[in-house]
Write a protein that binds this ligand. Structure first.
Ligand code: AKB
Length: 312
């Protein structure tokens, strides 16, 4: 990786990934792109609608990119509200990014998700290779995306790589339109209101990871020796599995007056119920040395400390 183009660069992952990549590979070597522009963007930035394949091609070529990190996508809850738009954006954007990578011989990364699993998938210690019959548009997009990435490697030799991300928690850019977003919102409201109403039911386990571990995983996978990768795409990764009352209890250790109640959102609850409780991550550990630093306790302490400073 020497010249990296990132789509969806202002999103939850992109905004922090671009900073990390610029720290490693140099500010001028990372081109951030997004459908919107902020007033104050540092470093190379271009407006890009990922459904415009020609512009994506031109930007990658003019920049001299050797790597494409395709992050632009609608998350699970938003996709469920507008499935046709989600299909067009998620699949159209991915096809364009894969085609540009094939044409310009770029190394390629895109995230899949725990959303690629469905109700018939084994729920606990979910294997790397298992049944995938998701019941959401987001999940359908993710499974198709995983297969397409494998196809572009097998058929055209594009060096595609990817992980199945769990819910990602961070204090920098809030997520938007996901099912796991409660695990981020809870921190903001704990500090600002001292209470939080969870839209996910008590007892609903989902995998989660703190953003610094997620970013390191992307870099480690992209830098891994290609010959050691058996799966290449859609590696199961996670750092912790918890349900709402467990994260609330952890926050209470720092903020004793914090209270949580529940008002379940049926749409997001149904999505969460269809996803695994906890993933098996052996393939990622064995093939490219995946590891994490943050468990629930460490993440909670860091989130509260950093968010308090940010919200002051
Ligand atoms: C979502 O909730 O949609 C995402 C995901 C797990 O892919 N955070």
């Amino acid at each position: 990786m020497e010249k990296i183009m990132v789509t969806g660069a202002l999103g939850q992952i992109g905004s922090e990934l671009v900073e990390k990549l610029r720290g490693i590979y140099g500010e001028d070597n990372v081109l951030a792109t997004d459908i919107r522009k902020l007033d104050h963007t540092k470093g190379p930035f271009e407006v890009l609608d990922v459904t415009d394949g020609q512009r994506m091609h031109d930007l990658a070529k003019d920049f001299g990119a050797d790597t494409m990190m395709h992050l632009a996508a609608l998350l699970s809850a938003t996709a469920e509200r507008n499935p046709l738009f989600a299909w067009n954006l998620n699949m159209g954007g991915l096809m364009n990014a894969l085609e540009v990578s094939r044409e310009l011989n770029l190394q390629f990364f895109t995230p899949s998700s725990i959303g690629a699993f469905g109700p018939s998938t084994p729920k606990d210690n979910t294997p790397q290779d298992t049944l995938q019959r998701p019941t959401t548009m987001y999940g359908v997009n993710k499974v198709a995306g995983e297969l397409l990435c494998d196809y572009y490697f097998d058929r055209f030799g594009v060096d595609t790589r990817g992980v199945r991300f769990p819910g990602l928690v961070s204090y920098v850019t809030p997520p938007g339109g996901g099912t796991t977003d409660y695990a981020v919102e809870i921190f903001y409201e704990a500090i600002e209101q001292g209470k939080y109403t969870s839209y996910i039911k008590e007892g609903t386990y989902m995998d989660m990871m703190y953003m610094p571990d997620a970013l390191q995983a992307i870099v480690d996978l992209m830098e891994a020796d290609s010959k050691k990768l058996i799966h290449r795409n859609a590696f199961n990764i996670t750092a912790m599995s918890f349900e709402p009352s467990q994260i609330a209890a952890e926050i209470k250790k720092h903020l004793p007056h914090f209270r949580m109640d529940y008002m379940v959102d049926p749409v997001r609850q149904a999505i969460a119920d269809s996803w695994p409780n906890s993933l098996n991550i052996e393939a990622a550990k064995t093939e490219w040395g995946f590891q994490t630093e943050y468990d629930l306790a460490r993440m909670t302490a860091d989130m509260l400390e950093k968010l308090k400073l940010k919200l002051q």
